[in-house]
Design a protein around this ligand. Sequence first.
Ligand code: SF4
Length: 261
Amino acid sequence: REIQLIFQDPYSSLNPRHTVGTIVGTPMLVHNTVPKNKMIARVQELLETVGLNPEHYNRYPSEFSGGQRQRIGIARALALDPKLIVADEPVSALDVSIQAQVVNLLQDLQKEFGIAFLFIAHDLAIVRHFCPRIAVMYLGKIVEMGDRNQIYNTPHHPYTQALLSSAPDVKQAAIGGRRERIRLEGDVPSPINPPSGCRFRTRCWKSQEICANEEPPLLQVGGRQVACHFAEPMQVVAAEEGDIAAQVDEGAADAPHLEVR
Ligand code: SF4
């Protein structure tokens, strides 16, 4: 009840045979948190909170767009006043212009209701915008964890460095510059049968004998945690971008909303 989930696909995560009122109201009915005679009012309040027309509580999911459906899923997640919401790729199935709206909505809800979010995503720009603390995973294991500026400005793990170098750098491109991209060789191994020692060793350019024999523990290095025998900082993202991230941190209350033009 205190942990709720926002699913990746707003098309398959809502029952097409149920109205929005039933979808959002069922958790409250199951947990008996709202009297039946106040259910419609509470559902309408939640719809309004997520930016939907409260009069539409009797409509079916098929009558809404992808972004609106995801808002219905968010309203359902809010229904029980959770302390933690796990958002599993909440915008990756949406149109890019809608992604920004939904991310901004989640950020507003986070501030208004004080809900903690575990935000799972592949989009590095959205992660940087939304998450003050970041854990980078490779093959099911956390390889580096720290605050936003640490991870983006001075990544220590080779996988984090390769990941950040693969993201397009629009600012550098605009002034004719190029980010040096780290190209990883080979495919991602099977998580069912991962390599011995460090799971990243089959693709890591720094791999040595110890990497095959000993799994690197997640240790405190330079103010963050890294799982690498040869962790060292590398600046991959331009410093100017780091400054922007720092400004977002300092002025969290006035943090600019993500814009996609
Ligand atoms: S432990 Fe070795 S293989 Fe693994 S990331 Fe570090 S250097 Fe690369």
